[in-house]
Structures are given as structure tokens and as C-alpha cells.
Design a protein around this ligand. Structure first.
Ligand SMILES: C[S@@+](CC[C@H](N)C(=O)[O-])C[C@H]1O[C@@H](n2cnc3c(N)ncnc32)[C@H](O)[C@@H]1O
Length: 354
């Protein structure tokens, strides 16, 4: 016969309060049976397994609502979906805390140097900056809907879609990024940590995977990651954005990205640069292949050659201005070397100034 457990016994088994069990019942997570004779709650082994599952997800920080959803649809895809959601919540929180911690640290250093009147102004200034950065980071949106594009992305490239034919040198760009990123790195391949940002369907990452590099890809699109995982089951992927890279400081020897950086405007690019430099090792290297103009003048000259349709297409994205990127990277004592692939595509390599 199925053993019956009283509410006190269950509370004791899991070292929780009886109130917590009543709370889970109120929220519809575990409904105890009632004894016909005295109407007391009682639980069975199945209840215990369910409670253990709930407690496990609570330890991982899942909300009551998410746990209810998982218990109702307890299959891998749904559970994974909730893990992604939880990962995103944690990563956003870590990014928020990191910004606060860095700003407070900076302020403390400045306070030592400022006089009694100055320091309040500095705090106000810093709070404004924090607010500004948060707004930029939290307002970035995928206007291009990459989730919808994921399944047909590889076909679109091969068809070289669009009036600007930006994919005509796709293979060359990926190959150039790969070669420049690993050239003369004096380390065993499997010890070189590579991050591919905006990994998409994994075409660039494949090159590193095939040679045995320790590579991980991040992308803001779940569907892109799904396609990448289907194509390359060994490729490690994480949900993540340029503006909130989900890793600790000084992790990567190499950061690469192709056809992704132009989804950020200039202010967002500056924050993304800060993020990339943060997760890059001190002697690391960044290589980006993307749509760029050398500077404003060259951009205007080129735009005069384009049709209205092509100009529209350019305006739908944020082509980089290489001179502006160079100025930004210089702030971190990094130098930028550009490599022209065609009219619109460049590969830029960034490493430490000698
Ligand atoms: C045109 S695809 C390029 C994919 C791949 N890198 C390639 O070369 O084929 C752009 C990718 O960048 C991702 N992406 C765009 N903006 C991003 C951002 N802010 N953070 C992370 N990924 C981003 C998109 O989701 C998409 O997968």
C-alpha cells in the first residue's frame, strides 16, 4: 500500500516549514490529499518526488509560475526554454550589478581626490551615466527578427539576397577572420579560448571547431542557436548579446564576429567594444568582419554611386565607421588594422598597441 505522510513528516524530510507546503498548495503546485476521517492533509511518494522537484528548481532561482509551467509540461524542450529564460534573468542581473560595482569603485577612487564640494557633483554625474548606459543596454531590440530568419539563413546567403549583394564574399570574409584571428598565437590550439559573437547558424565557428579550438558562440536569437546546435552538436552556445556579454572578465584569447556588429548603432557599438575588451584577456585579439565604411567622406562618395533601393538597404542597418571604431579602441590602448574585402565589407583586427 502507498505510504501516507503527514504534513509535519514531509516538512521534516525536506527541512522546510509546513507553511511552505501550504503555500505551494495555494499556488497549485502540490495538492495534498485529505484524510476522510479528520480532513488532515496527507502526502504520498509521488507528492514527495514532486516537492523535491519544486525545491530543486527553487534552488536554481526559478519563479513559482515557471515551476508550475515546467511541472505541467515536463519535456526537455520546455524545461530548456525555462533554463534559457532563467539564464537571461541572471545575466541581466549580473550585468546590472557589474555596472553598479564598477561605478561605485570609480567614485570611491575619485572621492579621495576631490574636495568636499566636488564629490556630490561627481556622484550625480555618475548616476546620470549609469542611467544612460542602462537605457542603451536595455533598449536594444532585434528589429530584424532573426528568430524568423534562422531556418532559411544559410539558403539566403547562398542566394546572395539583397540589392547590395553583401554576401558575395561571405566565404572569403569568414576565412579571413579565421586566419587573422589565430595567426601566430603561441599556444596549443585546445588552450585557445575563442568567443564568436552573433554566432548565427555557426558557419564561422565551424572553422575553429574543425581544428579543435575551444570555441563558444553567443547570439541573441534562440532560433539561430537552435539551428547552430542542430548543425554542430559539439558547438557550445549561449544566449547573449554584444551589450551584455555573459562571461566574466579576461576570459578569451580571441573574440570574433561576422555580419553581426552592424546591428548596433554608434553608441551601442561603443558599449559593445567596452564589453568585448572586458571579457578579452589582456593580450587577446578581436577580429570583426562586417559592413563598414572607412570614414564619413568615403561613405558619402560611395553612397552617390548607389541606387535608391541600395541606399534604403544601407539605412536599415548601422554600417560602422572604421575611424570611429579606431578612436574607441584606442581608448583601451588597442590598435586597429583594417583589411578591405570589397566596397562594403572589411575585416578589422584589434590587438594591443606595441
Ligand atoms: C547576419 S547574422 C550573421 C551570423 C553569422 N555570424 C554569420 O556570419 O553567418 C547576424 C547574427 O547576429 C546576431 N545578432 C544581432 N545583433 C546581436 C546582438 N546585439 N547581440 C548578439 N547577437 C546579435 C543575430 O541574431 C544573428 O544571428
Amino acid at each position: 500500500m502507498n505510504k501516507k505522510y503527514s504534513i509535519n513528516e514531509v516538512a521534516q524530510v525536506f527541512n522546510i516549514t509546513t507553511n511552505k507546503l501550504r503555500f505551494y498548495e495555494k499556488k497549485g503546485l502540490v495538492k495534498a490529499y485529505r484524510d476522510n476521517t479528520n480532513n488532515y492533509r496527507y502526502y504520498t511518494k509521488e507528492h514527495l518526488v514532486r516537492i523535491q522537484t519544486i525545491l530543486m528548481y527553487r534552488v536554481l532561482g526559478f519563479s513559482i509560475e515557471d515551476i508550475e509551467h515546467i511541472l505541467n509540461k515536463n519535456y526537455k524542450d520546455n524545461v530548456l526554454e525555462h533554463f534559457y529564460k532563467q539564464w537571461e534573468i541572471l545575466n541581466n542581473e549580473m550585468d546590472r550589478v557589474r555596472l553598479l560595482k564598477d561605478s561605485i569603485e570609480e567614485l570611491m577612487d575619485e572621492m579621495y581626490e576631490s574636495d568636499d564640494k566636488e564629490y556630490i557633483d561627481k556622484i550625480i554625474e555618475s548616476v546620470k551615466k549609469i542611467h544612460q548606459v542602462r537605457c542603451i543596454k536595455d533598449n536594444w531590440k532585434d528589429r530584424w527578427n532573426f528568430n524568423d530568419w534562422a531556418k532559411t539563413y544559410d539558403i539566403s546567403i547562398r542566394k546572395n539576397i539583397g540589392s547590395l549583394k553583401i554576401y558575395k564574399n561571405y566565404d572569403k570574409i569568414l576565412q579571413t577572420v579565421y586566419e587573422k584571428s589565430v595567426k601566430n598565437i603561441d599556444k596549443d590550439i585546445n588552450r585557445i579560448k575563442v568567443l564568436d559573437i552573433g554566432v548565427g547558424t555557426g558557419n564561422l565557428s565551424e572553422k575553429y571547431l574543425n581544428k579543435g579550438y575551444n570555441i563558444i558562440g553567443i547570439d541573441q536569437s534562440r532560433e539561430m542557436l537552435n539551428v547552430a546546435k542542430q548543425k554542430f552538436p559539439n558547438l557550445k552556445v549561449r544566449l547573449g548579446e554584444f551589450l551584455k556579454i555573459p562571461f566574466n572578465n579576461n576570459q578569451f584569447d580571441v573574440i570574433v564576429s561576422t555580419y553581426a556588429f552592424h546591428h548596433l548603432n554608434d553608441m551601442e557599438k561603443n558599449l559593445a567594444i567596452k564589453e568585448m575588451v572586458r571579457v578579452l584577456k589582456d593580450d587577446g585579439r578581436i577580429v570583426i568582419g562586417d559592413l563598414m565604411f572607412e570614414n564619413d567622406v568615403k561613405k558619402e562618395n560611395l553612397i552617390n554611386e548607389f541606387t535608391n533601393e541600395q541606399i534604403e538597404e544601407i539605412r536599415d542597418e548601422y554600417y560602422s565607421d572604421i575611424e570611429k571604431l579606431e578612436t574607441e579602441f584606442n581608448k583601451y590602448n588597442k590598435r586597429l588594422v583594417k583589411n578591405k574585402i570589397d566596397k562594403l565589407n572589411f575585416v578589422i583586427s584589434i590587438d594591443n598597441k606595441k
